[in-house]
Design a protein around this ligand. Structure first.
Ligand code: ADP
Length: 262
């Protein structure tokens, strides 16, 4: 009947994508955007048509991490054109819409929901194999909206540091994903140990093993750990993702990142 029709879920956005992967964390600053950028690059370099959608509306950092913060989304007809980073990687972020980098976005939930719907349905993404969605920390509106509007949501990758507070918050993210009836694709422990550049000793700055423990506790896959590495930080600030900064030197962080992104 008409009544039951109006009770149904809102229609999914009109976007052609085979797999939507959410990147979530319980806390900010744990490396969620870093993982999103490197994961997108890894998928694109395997030849998959990949989109990266930065939904950290209040603190978008993807554009800076990709060195495209001076570019803007263009309109073509009634569609927005994403910024093309490589032949197979396209990016959309709030930072690519705004003319200033230092003004806060002051939006309530409904405006964010409208923007998220447009970032999916009104962007000319083409046919995507993967859409990686970098969400703000926590389990707020943006995460709910994307699950509601995006088709083919495959599940979520959860990023944490080994620190107790981060691990505790990541359990909330795990439970949130399960409440959405989605699988947790895996946990990544970032900033897991730091190699002292002077003596080579590993310092477990934020503790160790928290990500693996929480993965075992909730029976979800553990994808691996990424150490703290000055090169990772530099890569983010310089706008050249770590994964594309190939050097011939043997580097344990590179091995760790490659393993995690596999
Ligand atoms: P989030 O998206 O969770 O807020 P970011 O990815 O923005 O976190 O990371 C926060 C900061 O830490 C960034 O400056 C980033 O370059 C840096 N960073 C992330 N992971 C590492 C790492 N493994 N080693 C060194 N710096 C890192």
């Amino acid at each position: 009947s008409q009544k039951t029709d109006t009770c149904q879920q809102p229609p999914k956005a009109d976007i052609s994508v085979k797999h939507v992967i959410l990147v979530l964390s319980g806390k900010g600053g744990v490396g969620k955007s870093t993982v999103s950028v490197n994961l997108s690059y890894a998928l694109a370099s395997h030849g998959y048509q990949t989109g990266l959608l930065d939904l950290d509306i209040h603190g978008p950092s993807i554009a800076k991490m990709l060195g495209i913060e001076n570019l803007k989304l263009q309109a073509l007809g009634n569609k927005m054109m994403p910024v093309k980073v490589t032949g197979s990687l396209k990016v959309v972020s709030m930072a690519l819409l705004l003319n200033t980098t230092d003004s806060p976005i002051v939006w309530r939930g409904p405006m964010k929901a409208a923007a998220i719907k447009q970032f999916l349905g009104d962007v000319d993404w083409g046919d995507l194999d993967y859409l990686v969605v970098d969400l703000p920390p926590g389990t707020g509106d943006e995460a709910l909206n994307i699950v509601q509007f995006a088709p083919n949501v495959e599940g979520a990758v959860i990023v944490t540091t080994p620190q107790d507070v981060a691990v505790l918050d990541s359990t909330k993210a795990i439970k949130f994903v399960e409440m959405m009836d989605l699988p947790v694709l895996g946990i990544i422990e970032n900033m897991s140990g730091m190699v002292c550049p002077h003596c080579g000793e590993v310092v477990d700055l934020f503790g160790k093993g928290g990500g693996e423990k929480v993965a075992a506790q909730y029976n979800v896959p553990f994808l691996g750990s990424i150490p703290i590495d000055i090169e990772m930080r530099k890569a983010g600030d310089e706008g050249r993702p770590f994964i594309v900064k190939r050097t011939s030197e043997k580097n344990p962080t590179r091995d760790a990142v490659d393993k995690v992104m596999e």
